[in-house]
Design a protein around this ligand. Structure first.
Ligand SMILES: CC(C)(COP(=O)(O)OP(=O)(O)OC[C@H]1O[C@@H](n2cnc3c(N)ncnc32)[C@H](O)[C@@H]1OP(=O)(O)O)[C@@H](O)C(=O)NCCC(=O)NCCS
Length: 245
């Protein structure tokens, strides 16, 4: 591996790597054989080709990237699953990852942290955000959303949604974690924070949340338990094209 390429996979302790991936038929076809038999069966169960491409590409790129970080053959990487479906590396290796996809884009995060979750969403404006917030957000989040000017409410909604979702995904408990049992800030892309964790008022202090804008009309968030000082953002398609793999 060249020095430039090796540098991409040098993951320092208090750093996260977030890889953005444009998903499509071409990549899905090229990488299909990296998947294990169970993953191929799972891919075959998606009704729409588009969902199949997303799953195949995200899994294959996860395998390729993990292979570089762990210096293993991508096909030899094995996963296990938590009670609510969260994937982890089967063998303990100090590395954590999490995946999210939305509208043809995927994001894969890596870190040497205690817990990590990522979420990406395509920003849509064809629904009543205050109405939906009433079903999913905590009382303090709903109040904050209502105080925001109408023109920016939509973005604030997705900022809140991705922060909450990334936190749920970091915890790995799916929707068994009540959505109103914790609150996040939502009024600024840069100022991301957990405001309350009702089950343990101190827990909020051990987490960090970051929002990011990977593409126009998308917003993402990552939640980590641990001391993160730095996030490096990478585009998988650019790196793989530049290095011809
Ligand atoms: C999986 C879950 C956590 C998120 O699903 P989602 O938003 O549809 O999908 P995303 O694209 O962000 O993430 C899917 C990926 O997360 C990973 N994942 C699956 N279960 C997970 C879990 N319990 N915890 C963390 N990650 C999980 C998988 O890698 C999955 O991708 P794969 O199936 O291709 O391997 C799901 O349990 C869920 O339904 N969450 C709550 C949704 C919600 O109502 N959110 C409200 C926010 S305010």
């Amino acid at each position: 591996m060249g020095a430039e390429l090796a540098n991409y996979y040098n993951l320092e302790k208090e750093t996260l790597h977030l890889w953005f991936v444009d998903v499509g038929a071409k990549l899905a076809n090229r990488y299909y054989n990296l998947l294990c038999e169970n993953e191929k069966i799972r891919a075959g169960k998606y009704r729409f080709a588009h969902d199949q491409y997303i799953f195949i590409t995200a899994r294959a790129v996860l395998r390729i990237l993990s292979g570089h970080y762990l210096q293993k053959d991508p096909t030899q990487i094995r996963f296990k699953y938590g009670a609510y479906g969260k994937p982890y590396f089967k063998e303990e290796n100090g590395l954590l990852f999490n995946i999210s996809h939305s509208g043809g884009k995927a994001i894969i995060g890596f870190g040497k942290v205690m817990e990590m979750g990522v979420d990406i969403e395509k920003i849509k404006d064809d629904f009543d955000v205050v109405d939906i917030a009433g079903k999913f957000f905590s009382q303090s989040e709903i109040k904050s959303l209502k105080e925001i000017a109408k023109e920016t409410q939509n973005r604030a909604f997705f900022r809140c949604w991705t922060r909450k979702e990334s936190f749920i995904k970091a915890k790995g408990d799916g929707l068994s974690l009540p959505l109103d049992s914790f609150s996040v800030t939502l009024d600024d892309d840069r100022e991301a924070r957990l405001i309350e964790t009702k089950w343990n008022p101190c827990e909020k202090d051990s987490w960090r949340i970051f929002s990011f804008v990977p593409y126009d009309n998308y917003i993402g968030a990552v939640s980590v338990r641990g001391n993160v000082q730095n996030i490096k953002y990478r585009n998988w398609n650019e790196v793989s094209e530049r290095h011809n793999f």
